[in-house]
Write a protein that binds this ligand. Structure first.
Ligand code: SAH
Ligand code: SF4
Ligand code: F3S
Length: 461
């Protein structure tokens, strides 16, 4: 569907453009599913709603507007959305003035299905038009339910974000993905790659630092192809250049980024990481599988040997590097030997931690058509447990190896479980709980005293 929003805007300015807050004093609640890009989109949705005079509340019961920002990466994400929409029907029946908006990747994918299955939803919007949400809510107020899904973005949206954490921020450097991993639905939902100009990224980071932010995470589905779509007077900026430029912003202490693609991750980027003090010793390099046949069937563009070569190169350039990954178990046709190859690469890579997923067929993707090769769910579950068992051991060993080390931590304030304990995060992205009080946003040193399977305990030094 396309929109004539611009024509409408010329003929009749929206209320937002007239700067008359339409929902002053009303409240909103946003529930977010999915990845960091979605989390960040939700911050921008919150920014738009606050600019319109609304306030955040902590539960659906208190809200005049509920926004569900959805994910479609695996099937259980779909099921969770439709479960949530079922509960919201009861709220809407009890309070007909409650507005419900559904956006994000699943709305983009299911378009009319959301409306058909949940006619009580007021606004369905997609991944390319979050900036239109307030206008769409106005439209729904006046004319009844509305669906607006655009097929592509015209630019990377520059919207005010309302952040929950005053010291850490996400910064979008690019949207979309030009790869064609056969299991993945993201390219069809987020469109083609589009990079922000380096000067725009750097200005945003400067503004954030002036606002008290000390750590940023640069976001893109495939950050190593950053800049390929830009033309800065005949020159294309590279991700390595961007890291250096962001790293030069005064007052910025830490930079993380996600995700690089192993096929494009190169020595230039590793060297830029090593040379740029603010860039942290952390790399998320998604393996997916350790079998060359499966990797080829996934269209990943590398084999096990090349992956291990990248790991070796990264550790050579960045000796203190912590490495994390994503792995899929049960891709169509995965044999026991092929699964074993994944275990072998996991053992050889010694990841600090891994996000492990059971393959979930996504409509419209190439792998979803390989129905004859789908693996028995019991076999997949058993493999999944073997993989997580192995990775848990490695993660625990990696944590044990840090005992006695002094780590530089960024305080996140009191830990959730105990006010007398400060929860800090290392440059390797590990959580370290330390007795005592360090104000959120402060950097401090702690010696690791105890290793736990998924976090560390330390003492202030
Ligand atoms: N752009 C990122 C990945 C985003 S999706 C990258 O390439 O690194 C995050 C992870 O979800 C993927 O790395 C993959 O491991 C997992 N994933 C994606 N599609 C999936 C599917 N159909 N079934 C199971 N896991 C999937
Ligand atoms: Fe999906 Fe592959 Fe793009 Fe990552 S790189 S978003 S896994 S298509
Ligand atoms: Fe992210 Fe889920 Fe969309 S992982 S890009 S919110 S499908």
């Amino acid at each position: 569907m396309t929109t004539d929003a611009n024509m409408v805007a010329v003929a009749l300015p929206t209320r937002r453009e007239r700067r008359l807050p339409t929902r002053s004093g009303k409240s909103y609640f946003i529930r977010t599913f999915g990845c960091q890009m979605n989390e960040h989109d939700s911050e921008r949705i919150a920014g738009l709603l606050e600019a319109d005079g609304m306030n955040a509340v902590a539960s659906i019961d208190e809200a005049d507007l509920v926004v569900l920002n959805t994910c479609a990466i695996r099937e259980n994400a779909d099921n969770r959305l439709y479960g949530n929409l079922g509960h919201l029907k009861a709220d809407k029946d009890a309070r007909p003035e409650l507005q419900i908006a559904v956006g994000g990747c699943l709305a983009q994918k299911d378009r009319t299905i959301v409306r058909d299955r949940a006619p009580w939803v007021d606004v369905v919007f997609g991944t390319h038009n979050i900036d239109r949400l307030v206008s769409l809510l106005d439209q729904a107020d006046e004319w009844g339910p509305v669906t607006e899904i655009l097929d592509e973005s015209s630019s990377v949206p520059d919207l005010p974000a309302k952040r929950d954490d005053p010291h850490r921020a996400w910064v979008t450097i690019m949207i979309g993905c030009n790869n064609s991993c056969t299991f993945c639905i993201v390219p069809s939902l987020r469109g083609a790659e589009m990079s922000r100009r380096p000067s725009d990224v750097v200005s945003e980071v400067r503004r954030l630092v002036a606002d008290g932010v000390v750590e940023v995470t640069l976001l893109g589905q495939n950050v190593n192809s950053y800049g390929r779509d830009l033309d800065l007077g005949g020159r294309k900026p590279l991700f390595a250049d961007l890291l250096r430029q962001v790293g030069a912003v005064e007052g910025l202490e830490r930079i993380f980024y996600t995700s690089p693609h192993p096929k494009d991750f190169n020595r230039d980027v590793a060297e830029a990481m090593a040379e740029t003090e603010a860039v942290c010793e952390h790399l998320h390099l998604p393996l997916q599988s350790g079998s060359d046949r499966v990797l080829a069937a996934m269209h990943r563009g590398y084999n096990a040997e090349r992956f291990l070569g990248k790991v070796e190169m990264a550790r050579e350039v960045l000796p203190d590097l912590a490495l994390t990954t994503d792995i899929i178990v049960g891709f169509p046709g995965e044999s026991e030997d092929e699964f074993q190859a994944t275990l072998d690469v996991v053992a050889a890579s010694q990841f600090d931690s891994a996000f492990t997923f059971i393959y979930s067929p996504r409509p419209g993707t190439a792998a979803a058509g390989m129905v004859d090769d789908f693996i028995d769910p019991d076999v997949v579950r058993e493999r999944y447990l073997r993989l997580t068992g192995l990775q848990d051991e490695i993660s625990f060993d990696k944590n044990k190896a840090t005992v006695g080390q002094t780590l530089r931590l960024l305080s996140g304030g009191p830990s959730r479980k105990d006010d007398a304990v400060t929860s800090g995060r290392s440059r390797t992205n590990k959580t370290v709980n330390v007795a005592g009080s360090v104000a959120a946003g402060q950097l401090f040193d702690a010696e690791v005293t105890i290793a736990h399977p998924h976090h560390l305990t330390g003492r202030l030094v």
